[in-house]
Write a protein that binds this ligand. Structure first.
Ligand SMILES: NC(=O)c1ccc[n+]([C@@H]2O[C@H](COP(=O)([O-])OP(=O)(O)OC[C@H]3O[C@@H](n4cnc5c(N)ncnc54)[C@H](OP(=O)(O)O)[C@@H]3O)[C@@H](O)[C@H]2O)c1
Length: 388
């Protein structure tokens, strides 16, 4: 076919002077009002390390575009802490000389010095750190964390944390459920706007999503588990994934966000671990992991007989009943077509009754988790009072 070009017509790429209507004329960018937030990071491991790198990269842009100065006042590990670590002079020196023994109270005081707006990020998985949130929040220090222990721990402590926010301090922990995916925020937005929860179902474990996706009978389940471990998808002891407790913790967090007083012991958890494997030492477990093969082969056969797929699912209903189990789902179910380690969470509400709202994507990984933590920090920074 021959295409004729009208020579008088301007080429599509030609620049034409803008004749924009009045309402499109450039609006001058508002001058950002200056705000400063002192930040202390506890746990510079995989997530904490990625967060520090992301903060450093964003600092100048945030100051320029939003008037926000994130002042990194310190970093703490189990043994050591480093105060004023964004002081370039201090940083240029040998780090070993500038570390001091860790003292979390002293660390919090330093970040909060002179009553400045202060925020502590807990990137550990430590009970000891989580137990300090109530006093930090009561003192007006904001807390952000990917650590699930407070959100899913004892209900009394959870209530104390909530009560401590009466100081005006905020507690955010979006990344405790599915890392960087907006799951807690979505639940809040639904409920805050008057929607009514019918139920939440999800594949909350990236490890088990990967194992279920790959378990097709070509290799024994224990070989896939070894591969997942080698790829860094599992916890150091893969039984923590297989037991379902990590998923149960996420359901407890979501249930509490939905106003249900759920505790870990209330969640019905069907572990994938045969009881004999639950109690062997972590050194012995890899050698005995093939004891998983027979039950998992039987699950696969049942799924195939039903023309379905095997998926590891956590569910919470409107009454606050929660369970974690291996399920056989129809092959046209939205969870049947997930990829790799993807998490997927399905919200059924009055508004999303017939066509549920889905949140899906990578549910783990230091970069995406750190970005979710950073977003929590920025949401808190948005609420800071601008100095008059
Ligand atoms: N990795 C992910 O993809 C992911 C996804 C979602 C949520 N999370 C959560 O994010 C948190 C961090 O995970 P990660 O993978 O980054 O772990 P990690 O690499 O093991 O890092 C943990 C950090 O916490 C520090 N720490 C431990 N106990 C401490 C204490 N008592 N006081 C001060 N610091 C302490 C460790 O310091 P030492 O060097 O002194 O031990 C280390 O720097 C965990 O709660 C995890 O469940 C992780």
């Amino acid at each position: 076919m021959e295409v004729t070009v009208n020579a008088s017509a301007p080429p599509l790429t030609e620049h034409r002077p803008a004749q924009l209507p009045e309402c499109f004329h450039a609006v001058p960018a508002p001058v950002p009002l200056p705000r400063t937030l002192a930040v202390g990071v506890i746990g510079p491991g995989r997530v904490g390390g990625a967060l520090l790198a992301q903060i450093r990269t964003a600092q100048a842009r945030l100051r320029r575009n939003q008037g926000l100065t994130l002042h990194l006042r310190g970093v703490a590990t189990r043994q050591r802490m480093w105060l004023d670590c964004d002081d370039p002079e201090l940083e240029a020196r040998d780090g070993a000389q500038t570390w001091r023994p860790a003292d979390l109270e002293r660390f919090a005081e330093h970040v909060h010095e002179n009553g400045r707006a202060a925020l502590l990020v807990d990137c550990s998985a430590s009970e000891e750190v989580a137990s300090r949130y109530p006093s930090w929040l009561a003192a007006g220090i904001h807390v952000v964390t990917p650590n699930k222990l407070a959100g899913s721990g004892p209900l009394d402590r959870w209530r104390t944390i909530r009560a401590a926010c009466a100081s005006g301090a905020r507690f955010r922990y979006e990344t405790t459920v599915c890392a960087g995916l907006p799951v807690i925020q979505t639940l809040h937005d639904l409920l805050d706007t008057g929607d009514e929860l019918i139920g939440i179902d999800g594949m909350f474990s990236g490890t088990l999503a990967w194992l279920c996706n790959r378990h097709d009978g070509q290799q024994p389940f224990s070989a896939l588990l070894r591969e997942a471990h080698a790829l860094g998808y599992t916890e150091p002891d893969p039984r923590h994934d297989l037991s379902g407790i990590d998923v149960a913790r996420k359901l407890v967090i979501l249930a509490r966000e939905a106003g249900r007083a759920l505790s870990l012991g209330d969640v019905e958890v069907e572990s994938l671990l045969p009881s004999a494997l639950a109690t062997v030492s972590s050194e012995d477990f890899p050698r005995r992991a093939q004891e998983l093969d027979e039950p998992m082969t039987a699950w696969l056969a049942r799924a195939r007989a039903a023309n379905g797929v095997l998926r590891h699912v956590g569910s919470l209903d409107r009454h606050g009943r929660a369970c974690v189990r291996l399920a056989i789902l129809p092959s046209n179910h939205p969870f049947a077509h997930t990829r790799s380690t993807d998490n997927v969470v399905q919200f059924r509400t009055q508004r999303y009754r017939d066509n549920p709202l889905l949140v899906q994507g990578p549910g783990a990984g230091p970069e995406v988790t750190a970005a979710g933590v950073f977003a929590d920090v920025l949401r808190i920074a948005e609420t800071l009072a601008v100095p008059s």
